[in-house]
Design a protein around this ligand. Structure first.
Ligand code: ZN
Ligand code: ZN
Length: 187
């Protein structure tokens, strides 16, 4: 399987490289690449009253991008604040199962909660959200185990409590999906 990480809008390349390194540990048998270019944040996704971006619009863009580049999964990383109808915000969103996953750095930064910048904490949060959304693309739902990376994050406290890897049950599911995918022709 081929995973591609792409920035959506203005995101530092060091963030993507860090995510790539961490994902290599979680998905050792997957080919992981970072796209050299950034995708633009689609203007039509902006709700100017909310000052937030409609996540499904960006997700659509990511799916088209994945199809065009013939990769199995694409993880978009954005800096803008995301929402979906019915929720005041989301840390990320993904097709489940599907090709496109998206995370936002906006509410993962300590500064958002009035704290001082904390690079290490931020990196851990990004990793958890990235693994979580990619887990959805592999068909995993939310897990009851509050320490499993597939546990739903209602707030940053949930994200901080959970680990960056799958519980035994979820890991088993990921393993079987990735093994099934191994027979696919190379793209
Ligand atoms: Zn989720
Ligand atoms: Zn789990």
């Amino acid at each position: 399987m081929k995973f591609l990480i792409v920035r959506v809008g203005n995101v530092g390349s060091s963030v993507l490289e860090h995510v790539q390194e961490n994902l290599r540990i979680i998905f050792p048998d997957v080919s992981l690449a970072v796209a050299p270019d950034a995708l633009p944040v689609p203007k039509e996704a902006l709700d100017s009253k909310r000052k937030q971006y409609l996540s499904p619009v960006i997700l659509d863009q990511l799916r088209v991008y994945a199809d065009r580049l013939k990769v199995d999964k694409v993880l978009g990383i954005a800096a803008v604040d995301l929402y979906v109808p019915g929720l005041s915000f989301v840390f990320g969103e993904a097709e489940s199962p599907g090709k496109a996953a998206l995370i936002s750095l906006f509410r993962l930064q300590s500064e958002f909660y009035g704290g001082a910048a904390n690079e290490r904490l931020l990196a851990g949060r990004i990793e958890k959200e990235a693994v979580h959304e990619l887990g959805h693309t592999l068909g995993l739902g939310h897990c009851q185990d509050p320490f499993c990376v597939m546990h739903f994050s209602n707030s940053i406290f949930d994200t901080d409590r959970k680990r960056s890897f799958f519980c035994g049950r979820c890991y088993g599911k990921v393993g079987s999906v990735l093994t099934d995918g191994k027979g696919d022709p190379p793209v």
